[in-house]
Design a protein around this ligand. Structure first.
Ligand code: FES
Length: 156
């Protein structure tokens, strides 16, 4: 990834993309979700402050370990005056996300263990296949597994 001179305080979306490794479309998506922000030039082009690089690195690191964007946004919003996450912020937040990751790993291990029952089967039965209907959530709520529309509201 190309270095960007310390003298440059604002980056174009192309520079931010090249330096962070995130696709331009991903940066636009992050911005549309309120994870990063830019100002517009008189020619209506986006300019990002240099510390957006660190914000994007934070977002991508969190995404790599499976943290949903909504959770990342909440974490960034908790930082005072929406400042860029520091090393301490990342350490604190990644520690808090560890239990979430542990739970996800347990769920994936359970799914992997059940996968052997499904290999070569293909039934996707709502009654017996734990992959097509893990925990039979719909079945626990109502007799039979189905999606229903009640009084104009969709429910499971
Ligand atoms: S596909 Fe038949 S048990 Fe999962």
């Amino acid at each position: 990834m190309p270095q960007i001179s310390e003298k440059i305080h604002e980056l174009t979306v192309g520079q931010l993309s090249a330096r962070s490794g995130a696709a331009v479309s991903a940066l636009h998506f992050y911005e549309s979700k309120g994870l990063i922000s830019s100002r517009r030039t008189s020619g209506n082009q986006r300019r990002y402050s240099r510390d957006t690089l660190r914000r994007v690195a934070f977002i991508r690191a969190a995404q790599r370990v499976g943290i949903p964007l909504a959770t990342i946004r909440e974490a960034l919003a908790e930082l005072p005056e929406e400042r860029t996450p520091t090393r301490e912020d990342w350490a604190r937040l990644s520690e808090a996300w560890r239990s979430e990751l542990d739970e996800r790993i347990k769920q994936l291990n359970r799914l992997r263990d059940h996968l052997t029952d499904c290999i070569g089967c293909g039934c996707l039965s709502l009654d017996t296949c734990v992959l097509s209907n893990p925990g039979d959530v719909f079945g626990e709520r109502r007799a039979g597994s189905r999606l229903m529309v009640d009084k104009g509201r969709t429910s499971a």
